[in-house]
Design a protein around this ligand. Sequence first.
Ligand code: NAD
Length: 355
Amino acid sequence: MGPFVFEAPANRVVFAAGAVAQLADEVDRLGAKRALVLVTPGHEADGRRICDLLAARACGVVATARVHVPSEIAAGAIASARELRADCTIGYGGGSTIGLGKAIALELGVPQLAVPTTYSGSEMTAVWGTTANGVKRTGRDPRVLPRTVIYDPQLTLGLPARVTGASGLNALAHAAEALYAPNASPITTLLGEEAIRALAAALPRAVRDGGHLAARTDALYGAYLAGYVLGTTAMGLHHQVCHALGGAFDLPHAELHALALPHVLRFNASAAPDALAQIARALGAADAPAHLRALIAELGLPVSLAELGVPHAGLAAVAAYVARQPYPNPRPIDEASVLRMFESMFTGELPERTT
Ligand code: NAD
């Protein structure tokens, strides 16, 4: 084992079935008196239920959260938080809602108490992002890390099967990339392997039977650990190609992350044999990329860029873009090798293992 640096996220985590009942106590613990509840459109009833739990501590509901935090949505929510004199936000939902709470925290310094209901892991990171004119701006700031996170698996029982599978594999992808990150440590490796093990075992059960509380509990535990390592390591080629392809073709975030994972792992295998062996061990598989490719199909998720409607003719320009600004990655990349990987992602056919 070599020397390492590890910076743990400084927040409080409460994990239990039914833990949302402790919400008011957790707000009191933060010393807050006026909590603004954030949800996505269509989840206003959830917002009202959260206000009931908060009683006099609730100051309003903003139900405008949208994927990738459009800047006008962020501006509206910041204005509401100011007007209502909110001294904390409750981000109740997935990465979109928690992202909106982060935008408020960044601008006003108002802390967020996150109640995640998907597996995005955003609640464990200090990374924020907003989108204007199709361009996503991201940054890292300790103020946006939610101060308290309440994980209540009961709240995920109604998560649709497709979101369950895609969001869960998105989380698994974060854990996998953490294992070969340049700033990986024995701590992130332990947590990353455990995240992969928990997610891979739980997701098929949670997708088959959304009401399976034990499967939901294990999946949410895996998502917590995956978010933890996402927040403490630098992501590589997988994160980069998903960012580039998603931005170029406006693709569904979690589905894209899921289908790209086996291909990126196959690409990186020769340069990161230890990480690939750790992933295989966590999956209980001989060949991690092939196992994940099969898992994605088993979960009923798209396996090819063609299925997502990506035009084949557009791939070369994205490969060139990716090659121009590489992220830290175990295997050096160039335009031709990225394009070859895109070709296999396009058809969904995973190349054979070479070692
Ligand atoms: P999401 O938050 O957009 O949620 C997907 C859909 O599921 C929404 O319509 C939402 O209303 C619905 N939903 C959420 N929970 C539900 C539940 N329990 N039951 C029924 N429906 C439910 O999607 P996501 O995958 O959670 O998050 C994606 C976003 O998060 C992206 O913008 C991504 O960039 C961001 N993200 C950020 C970080 C970070 O560290 N900053 C990390 C991961 C993801």
